[in-house]
Design a protein around this ligand. Structure first.
Ligand SMILES: [Zn+2]
Length: 169
């Protein structure tokens, strides 16, 4: 990633109208202490990131690509309905995470990260998202399919944004 200009993470946040904040700044002090997730999106406006100051640029950008997918859904569905669906429907949560982890895989593909893949992100979903094994199985199948599609160039959000970023200044 180039270092001669505004960081890609800063650009992503500005381009998509979100604020990046440390998770300690949430209204839920216990959350940042116990949250296993590295980041979460709130109300289509803010992305809270755990240990923000310690994260390297690559990890932060990958998290932003993921959380910005949640943000899109939060904006189209409306925040209260999104939140209720996310909490109470395993199917909704599973599918929303599949969409978001697709961004992680697209990011890894674009930047040549080889040590992650669908299996890695399914494990993340198991650890973080409290999904029943049936939903994990479905998520695994979907992420495997999407991984192949990424290799065939079917998902371009990360690439398009990165190109736009490189062209900005
Ligand atoms: Zn997520």
């Amino acid at each position: 990633m180039p270092t001669d200009k505004k960081k890609f993470s800063t650009w992503l946040a500005a381009e998509h109208g979100v604020e990046i904040r440390d998770m300690r700044e949430t209204n839920f002090p216990l959350f940042w202490k116990f949250a296993k997730a590295g980041a979460f999106a709130k109300a289509g406006k803010v992305i809270f990131v755990k240990n923000l100051e310690k994260l390297n640029e690559e990890s932060l950008c990958r998290k932003l690509c993921h959380e910005l997918r949640h943000i899109e859904r939060q904006r189209s569905k409306g925040w209260p309905l999104y939140l209720a669906s996310y909490i109470f429907s395993q199917k909704f949560r599973r599918d929303d995470e599949v969409l978001a982890y697709t961004r992680n895989m697209e990011f890894d593909f674009l930047f040549g990260v080889k040590d992650r893949g669908p299996g890695y992100y399914v494990d993340q979903m198991k650890k973080i998202h409290f999904l029943k094994s049936r939903h994990i199985r479905i998520a695994r199948k979907k992420l495997n399919e999407r991984s192949r599609k990424i290799e065939n160039g079917a998902f371009t959000w990360v690439r398009d944004n990165y190109k736009k970023y490189l062209g900005s200044k």
